[in-house]
Structure formats: C-alpha cells, structure tokens
Design a protein around this ligand. Structure first.
Ligand code: NAD
Ligand code: ZN
Length: 542
C-alpha cells in the first residue's frame, strides 16, 4: 500500500457523511482517523449543543480553530471536520498546508432526509429545518468549493464515496493539487503538479474514465514529452493509441479533424472511450471539437503542455477549429471530464511560448486578484527560471480564477467571462494588423493590456500607477509593452484601428473594452468609446 504523508480532509455540511466515510477511508488507506467535533466534545467535556448553550457559538469556534490547527499540523490523518470549519480562512489555510481537501457535496433534499430528525445540531434548532438548511448551504457553498475535490454523494453509498476518494489519493503524487470546476452534473477537476504524466493511467481510472484511450498530440510535443505518458501506460499494460499532427495553428482545421475522426474509427473508439488531448491550445481546441462531435460526444481529457493551455485554453469548454476566413469560427462548448496540468511539461516549452503564457498569467492578476499579481511580482525570478513549485502555485491560482468565472458564466452570456478578454481587443487588432506573423498571441495581449490601461487612464477610471505596475511586471517577465519593443516599427495606428473596426463589423456590435480600475479589478465598457481615445491608446503602444 502507498504511504500517505498528506492528510485527507473531509469537509461539507452536516449530514454529508463525513464521520462515517472518514472512518471507512482511514481503514482503506491505513491511516489514523480524527474527528474535530469529537475532539472538541471530549475536550470540553460536553456535547456540541451543550457548548453552544453554555458558552455560545463564538467560544465554540475558537476552540474549533485550536483543534483544527492541532490536527492539521500532524500528518497521515484522515480528518473529518465540523460543517462550519471551512468558513474561516485560517482553518482552510491550516488544513490545506498539509492536506488534500474533499468536499462531500449533497443536495439540500438529501441533507434534509439525512438530518431531519437528528439531535444535537444546535444550528438546526428551528421549526423549519429545510429552510434553515437552504440558508446555511447558500452561505457556505462557496467556502466548501475551495476544496481540492468535490464529490457529489447523493447517488453514492458511503463505500463508493470512500473508494472514489481512495482512488484519487492513491493516484496522485504527494504535492499535487486540484481545482474543481463545479457545473451541474458535469463537475470536473483540474489537477496541477509535477510528475502527473507518470501517473496518468491511475488518474484516469480515479476519474472513472474508460478504455479505449486515444491520445492526440502534435509533433513538437511528441518529441519532447510523449515518452512520459506512453511509458506510464506501457508499465501498467494499458493500451494507448496515439495520433500526432504537425505543430502550429494550421493544424486547428477541418482537415485535421477529419484525420482524427479517421484515426478514431481505425482505433475502434467507442462511445465509452476517452480522448486525451496532450499539447497546447491548438491540440486541446481541436481534440475538444472532435470529442464533442465524434459519436455525438465521447469523454475528453485535456492534458495541456503549454503555460497558456494550463491557465486558459484547456479549461472552460470552448472548443473549435479555424475556418479559412476566421479563427475559432466553427466550434461549441464542450467540457472535459478532467484536466491534467503537469507543470513539468513546461520545461521543454520554447522560450517565447513560455513568456506569452506569462502574459495571460499577469492578466489574471490584473482583472481578478491583486494578491496573485503581488505573488507574481515577488516570484518573478523563480518564474523566469520556471521553478516547478512556483509554477504549480501560480497555475493553480489562475485555474481557480478561471474556474469560478466559468462556473458563473459558462456560455459567456453574462459578461463576466468577457473579463478574460482583457488586453485582447487591442491584442487581436495588433495580431491582425501585423499579419499574425511577427507577434505571438500573448505578446500582442501584453501590448494590448498596456493600451487598455492607457485608455482607462485617459477616461479617468484608473490611475497612472496601475499602468506603471503592469509595465514594470510585463518587462520583468520579458514581454514587449509596445510594438517597437517587439521589433515592429512599420505599422501605423490607423492600420490597427482599421483591424479593430473590421472586427467590430464582423461581430455586428459595438466595440467593448475591458478596462482595469485598479490591480485586481476590471469591468467591461458599456458606452461607445470616442475614436480619439481609441487612437490615443493605440498611439501610446507604437
Ligand atoms: N479554448 C480556449 O478557451 C482557448 C483560450 C486561449 C487560447 N486558445 C487557443 O489556443 C491556441 C494557442 O495555444 P498555445 O499557445 O498553447 O499554442 P500551441 O498549441 O500551438 O503550442 C505552442 C507551440 O509549442 C509547442 N509545444 C507545446 N507544448 C510543448 C512542450 N511542453 N514542449 C515543447 N514544445 C511544446 C507546440 O508544438 C507549438 O509549436 C490558439 O489556437 C488559441 O485560439 C483557446
Ligand atoms: Zn489570450
């Protein structure tokens, strides 16, 4: 049996089966079991209800924090936690520092059925228990979702839940992390860490994915990384068929899709089988498109090998091929069943491709998370050296941001998902005006972020500091912040403006810009922006 140093922590609402499942798990994993509520009762010498009556909730929470700190500092434990534990940041932080967190999720009805007659539940001491459950769940769900894994337990027996958790724990290297993407009935996990390629067959098994397995990749990735998953499948005696297509955007085409359909037929791919897209955004977009359409949909696993793929393209379910007239024109939304982001693959990524990924990473900081921006700033040297633990942390935080946005606005209807397009309105125009040849996408986005920030300054929605902070960080990340820095000196601002106008015409709607208000916060414009302002912003990045 594999030895587990990390704790396995169960969180969730009362009635989600944490204690029962925790005991089973401890037995299955050969670990000790600890129950924070039981420890608290023992220490206080009275039941939880009595503690609430005698000392009040605040006193209970303090004791709870103390107990959480204690158990979290040990290792090799299965820890079952009280329902309110995750609502305190310090509890989550302590438990996560040496533990993998599992949220045992259940619908309000299931919870109500399980605890409608239960005693000793001080928070449910009301006449209408169901409404109280709804109210508490609504308040706590966001905290619970910060777990590494979300296990929907309604239809599962306690043994099944325990086996699922055991499979995850057994399949993952000790320092791997996970970010759940919670979508009704289609929840999936983004696994992040090093050495995940070597564990791929076990991970697929833990996620319930089935043979036949077909892996799609491109020729550069095949040369640099394919031996790793291939060897892992070989060692476990599981057949893996592979398809390798030429590297580059041109591969995101109908012709490639046809080649892949042909290969799937030849390999005997069935509706139960799994397509693994192992590569950058080109491969995950194409693989996703084919997985969505072959036999009306087969299981898709994204295993992104570029930084851009790990923080962006592989998550969220946008899949597409290009049309000769426009990029990403033919596609749909199709979520993967699992994302495996092995940060070790980033080591063989060409320098410029790595740096363009950093542009998107910095973008996340600017639009959504000032503390991420700060972490990037403090760790820029480590990032420039592609230090693996730093990369794991940064990738995980970007994934969290994207996951939360996708959960709230899966089909980009409400505008929130559009925030991810920060720097992209200018960026796309710069790419088009330079014939898609001189700049990589991420480089154009870096310049686009500066143009958008300049626009925000002109309009008075952000201060010069916000612009300067980005300039400094992008430069330190080796990214261009103007066209001349990128070696492009022969482009007029009008050309870029025209490219933008063409884009507007094609989409048939007003041009919208994502503008920062401060580091960590941005919004989408709703009013038309005067031409002179757009031109001035463009002129500032020539
Ligand atoms: N679906 C989405 O939400 C989404 C989001 C952003 C971008 N995209 C799409 O992603 C594509 C760009 O993705 P990308 O930047 O990952 O490009 P890419 O897939 O073309 O990869 C970049 C280059 O790096 C090589 N490569 C990849 N991983 C490697 C590794 N580990 N070692 C060595 N070489 C490696 C590839 O062969 C390729 O030549 C675009 O088509 C874009 O439209 C999609
Ligand atoms: Zn982008």
């Amino acid at each position: 049996m594999k030895r587990h140093n990390r704790n396995v922590v169960l969180i969730g609402f009362m009635g989600s089966g944490k204690s029962d499942i925790g005991k089973r798990l401890a037995h299955m994993l050969g670990m000790e079991f600890a129950d924070t509520d039981a420890i608290i009762e023992q220490r206080a010498g009275m039941s939880i209800s009595e503690i609430f009556r005698t000392h009040g909730e605040a006193w209970f929470r303090e004791l709870e924090k103390e107990v959480v700190r204690e158990v979290a500092s040990k290792s090799g434990l299965v820890i079952s936690t009280g329902g309110g534990v995750p609502t305190f940041e310090e509890n989550i932080r302590a438990l996560r520092s040496n533990g993998l967190l599992f949220y045992l999720r259940a619908s309000p009805i299931t919870i109500w059925k399980r605890i409608k007659d239960a005693q000793d539940r001080p928070l449910l001491d009301v006449s209408d228990r169901f409404s109280r459950i709804l109210e508490l769940l609504e308040r706590r769900e966001a905290f619970y979702r910060r777990a590494d894994f979300v296990i929907q337990t309604d239809e599962l027996s306690p043994e099944e839940v325990a086996s699922q958790i055991t499979a995850w724990v057994d399949s993952l290297p000790d320092d791997a992390r996970s970010v759940p993407v919670c979508l009704d009935g289609r929840t999936y996990h983004i696994l992040i860490g090093k050495g995940l390629c070597e564990c791929m067959p076990n991970i697929l098994n833990a996620a319930g994915l089935k043979e036949p397995f077909v892996l799609l990749t491109d020729e550069c990735v095949a040369r640099a990384q394919l031996h790793r998953p291939q060897r892992a499948f070989e060692v476990r005696g599981i057949p893996l068929s592979t398809v390798s297509l030429p590297s580059g955007e041109a591969t995101k085409s109908f012709e490639s899709a046809m080649r892949l359909y042909d290969a799937l037929i030849e390999f005997g791919m069935t509706r139960d089988g799994t397509l693994i897209a192992f590569g950058g955004g080109v491969i995950t977009d194409l693989g996703g498109f084919v997985a969505a359409t072959y036999m009306r949909g087969i299981s898709l696993v994204n295993a992104p090998t570029t930084l851009l793929g790990q923080v962006d393209a592989a998550i969220g379910g946008k899949v597409a091929v290009d049309h000769p007239r426009a990029k990403n024109l033919i596609g749909c939304f199709y979520q993967p069943k699992l994302v495996i982001a092995d940060v070790e693959t980033i080591h063989t990524l060409p320098e410029r491709a790595y740096r363009e990924g950093l542009a998107e990473v910095i973008k996340y900081g600017v639009i959504a998370d000032a503390s991420l921006f700060d972490t990037i700033k403090r760790n820029i040297d480590a990032l420039n050296e592609r230090d693996l633990p730093t990369l794991s942390e940064i990738v995980a935080r970007c994934c969290e941001i994207k996951a939360r946005i996708v959960e709230r606005d899966e089909h980009e209807r409400g505008g929130e998902r559009s925030l991810l397009n920060y720097g992209h309105t200018f960026g796309h125009a710069i790419e088009a005006a330079t014939g898609y040849s001189k700049l990589l996408h991420g480089e154009a986005v870096a310049i686009g972020m500066i143009a958008a920030s300049r626009m925000a300054c002109i309009l008075g929605v952000c201060s010069q500091d916000v612009l300067d902070e980005q300039l400094e960080l992008l430069k330190k990340a080796g990214l261009p912040t103007s066209l001349s820095e990128a070696g492009v000196t022969d482009i007029s601002p009008e050309r870029i403006y025209e490219a933008m106008a063409l884009d507007k015409k094609r989409r048939g709607r007003m041009l919208r810009f994502i503008l920062p208000t401060e580091i960590g916060s941005a919004f989408m414009t709703s009013e038309p922006i005067p031409d002179e302002v757009v031109m001035e912003a463009i002129a500032s990045v020539l």
